[in-house]
Design a protein around this ligand. Structure first.
Ligand code: PLP
Length: 369
């Protein structure tokens, strides 16, 4: 049996008619860039997240870059972020000329460690980016207290966390802004690239709209240097269709996760991600840990089960970031989990048969190992 890590074709088959209609309407109105498809999506997303503004852009990375620009983060400023994230979080900081300062993850969690963050605050520290990785929100009350104490702005990297909750609140309820990614493999995925910035701050929203469109409020009148980071009309229309189903899909993901947890309990040395009290994850990824990670992954490949590693090399040890001068041993908890984590197949349309087969293969591995 073959079990894919994710299967976007199944979801498309289910949505095909609705998606075709949505795309046709963009084509018929020649609304290719921004336009009604995008502005309708922005209104629906802002309402769903309980925030005042949504600014749709072309990628999650762009949402982070634009947010940092509106926060006036620039050359010489330091920004705290966990090293346990996708490189885009650090790229966004570097692309505005600021310096990423890597922080370890907290014990027993994948969230940024505020004790380590405290040691890294300097006169130059201007902001902190908690990353809601794998679909679970970072304990935000602690982050907000920390940020207030050190006079830092908070930008939530929610690129993996659309539909996550913490004590009834969603990403965007805490920081000055939050960034989403709609990369196809995300739980709310476009059929191409996509991203959005959400905020309750009128100035940030207004500037973000200008920055995504070459820095103009009025056509061909450029008041600042911006970017071409606009969302395509087709992506907006597709995302509006998918937004109607996302709560249901996130619920299915959570049901799959509950089944994995139940079935994998006590198997080998496998541990599963702890979901903190008050949190509802969107279960973008289902990540286990084991000392035999590489051997298990290899065994599963041979059995036809695809898995992923998010991420195998911590950011502070990436070649592309070596100029930041970190070394092995600087962030011990992050380095340790990079060797142990494995993401199992997870998508809403996954069948019980596929899960049972995956679980049986994992059990078989530990019997023979
Ligand atoms: C944590 C995190 N931040 C930022 C991004 C960047 O999003 P995008 O790929 O849409 O630019 C991603 C996407 O993979 C991500 O997972």
């Amino acid at each position: 049996m073959e079990v894919p890590f994710i299967d976007l074709k199944r979801q498309y088959a289910y949505l095909k008619d609705e998606i075709s209609l949505a795309i046709s309407s963009v084509m018929e109105n020649a609304d290719f860039v921004l336009g009604k498809g995008v502005s309708d999506f922005e209104s629906s997303l802002a309402a769903a997240c309980g925030v005042k503004h949504c600014v749709a852009v072309n990628t999650g990375t762009s949402a982070l870059v634009i947010a940092l620009r509106t926060m006036r983060i620039g050359p010489g400023d330091e920004v705290l972020l966990p090293a346990h994230t996708f490189i885009a979080t650090a790229e966004a900081i570097l692309s505005v000329g600021a310096i990423p300062v890597f922080v370890d993850i907290a014990d027993g969690s994948y969230a940024i460690d505020l004790i380590d963050a405290e040691k890294k605050v300097t006169q130059k520290t201007k902001a902190i980016i908690p990353v809601h990785i794998y679909g679970q929100m970072v304990p935000m009350d602690g982050v907000m207290v920390f940020a207030k104490l050190h006079n830092l702005q908070v930008l939530e990297d929610a690129c993996q966390a659309y539909g996550a909750f913490q004590n009834g609140k969603q990403p965007g309820a805490f920081g000055v802004a939050a960034a989403f990614s709609f990369y196809p493999g995300k739980n709310l995925g476009a059929y191409g690239e996509g991203g959005a910035l959400i905020t309750n701050d009128d100035r940030i929203a207004m500037e973000a709209r200008a920055l995504r469109n070459h820095g103009c409020y009025e056509r061909y009148v450029h008041v600042m240097l911006g970017y071409n980071m606009r969302m395509d009309g087709i992506q907006g229309a597709i995302l509006s269709v998918k937004l109607k189903y996302i709560s249901h899909w996130n619920k299915l993901r959570n049901e799959h996760a509950a089944y994995y947890r139940e079935q994998l309990s006590g198997v080998g040395d496998v541990t599963v991600e702890t979901i903190a009290n008050g949190n509802i994850s969107n279960m973008h990824l289902f990540v286990i840990q084991t000392a035999q990670r590489d051997a298990l992954q290899h065994f599963l490949i041979q059995k036809g089960v695809s898995t992923g590693i998010h991420y195998p090399v911590s950011l502070h040890l990436q070649k592309a970031l070596e100029h930041l001068d970190y070394s092995v041993g600087d962030l011990p908890r992050t380095e340790a989990v990079c060797k142990r984590i494995l993401s199992l197949p997870m998508f809403p349309e996954m069948t019980r048969e596929e899960m049972d087969y995956t679980i049986a293969c994992i059990k078989e591995f530990y019997v023979s190992y």
